[in-house]
Design a binder for this molecule. Structure first.
Ligand code: UD1
Length: 336
């Protein structure tokens, strides 16, 4: 009996493989490697001593995906595969809707045909939209999203809610991530974005390792305590363990949205100082104009995950910084 992990060669998918294997599961990975690395899966095999069947296929391909369900006795699916760059989604909305919706629709069709009804979906806090009060509570529902990436996540949530209503055996968890950072404590896997990183932590880590000259802090006059944006950063291994907890939650049928965050916000300047004090590496930075679409601050109400899944983030900001630096300094050019 195996768990199918789509997008298992990506950042969060690869860390979730370790959490699954640690919890005693066998895993099967499908990933088209458009933004993941086969090397990540190979390293996890080395680290855990487990063989992980790997299919380099498109999750939207009906024949190839259904073959995976014939080859293995799949009991649950964690679905990460999709496009995730906010800026790119504004340039290429058709790709984002086609890939993110197409993979999900084909996946749930293949699952139903194979009689597999347990699904954990990689959603995002971005579905709350720009008007929701903080902290974000699941009960607010989805708001008006500001880019096609976020809209595709909100649309998929809606699709999965409808799918769950159509057949009573579905157990679907929509996990709304806040800002995952860090790496497995071994330093053998971590975040390896292609090109210039869009997100704060990988950018800062590449400055620290000398790949980039300086960090630009987007905006210094937000209505926050130090004027920079605040986010709810959580350790990627805590996030990974949240997926295992969702998979093991047999209390609910239907479709449930659950926040995965720490419940406390940290500013960009606090992030820089935390990284510097843990690593003793200075991060040169300048405060520049705001980035279009950024919200001043948001963080999770994390109580539903605790109550429903018995999950809460347990790793500190310091550990997030130590593990990021451990990965980046051992692998200055990522998996290459
Ligand atoms: C964004 C997306 C979110 C997505 C997540 C991960 C939005 C509103 N948010 O989150 O949906 O799931 O990325 O891909 O679309 N910052 C800098 N300098 C940098 C980079 C970032 O100052 O070089 C600041 C940003 O202004 C922000 C904070 O750091 O305040 C975090 O940014 P980032 O890591 O990109 O995450 P979000 O924008 O929160």
């Amino acid at each position: 009996m195996s768990i199918l992990v789509t997008g298992g060669a990506g950042y969060i998918g690869s860390h979730t493989l370790i959490a699954l294997i640690d919890a005693g599961y066998r895993c099967v990975v499908v990933d088209d490697l458009s933004n993941g690395s086969a090397e990540a899966v190979r390293r996890i095999e080395m680290l855990t001593g487990e063989r992980i069947p790997f299919y380099q296929i498109d999750v939207a391909d009906p024949l190839l995906l259904s073959k995976v369900f014939y080859d293995h006795l799949i009991t649950g699916v964690i679905h990460f595969a999709g496009l995730k760059a906010v800026g790119e989604s504004v340039e290429k909305p058709i790709d984002y809707y086609q890939v993110n919706l197409g993979t999900t629709l084909n996946l749930v069709r293949c699952m139903a045909e194979a009689g597999v009804f347990k699904l954990v979906f990689s959603s995002s806090a971005t579905v709350y939209g720009s008007e929701a009060p903080v902290p974000y509570v699941e009960g607010y529902g989805r708001g008006i999203t500001s880019n096609p990436y976020g809209t595709s996540k909100a649309m998929i949530e809606q699709v999965l809610e409808d799918v769950a209503k159509s057949e009573s055996r579905w157990q679907i968890s929509l996990l709304r991530y806040f800002n995952p950072i860090g790496a497995h404590s071994s330093g053998v896997i971590g975040e390896d974005p292609q090109g210039v990183p869009n997100n704060l932590m990988p950018f800062m880590a590449q400055v620290a390792v000398g790949r980039r000259a300086a960090l630009q802090v987007f905006g210094g006059d937000y209505p926050t305590p130090d004027g920079t944006c605040r986010r709810d950063y959580l350790h990627v291994m805590d996030l990974a363990e949240g997926h295992v907890a969702a998979l093991e939650n047999n209390h609910h049928l239907g479709c449930d949205a659950i926040n995965l965050g720490t419940g406390s916000p940290v500013s960009v300047l606090e992030m820089i100082h935390a990284f510097e004090s843990v690593t003793n590496v200075q991060i040169p930075f300048t405060i520049v104009d705001k980035r279009a679409g950024d919200l001043p601050e948001f963080w999770a109400d994390a109580s539903k995950a605790k109550q429903l899944l018995g999950w809460q983030a347990k790793r500190s900001l310091e550990e997030m910084m130590i593990d990021t630096w451990n990965w980046q300094s051992k692998n200055p050019d990522g998996y290459r």
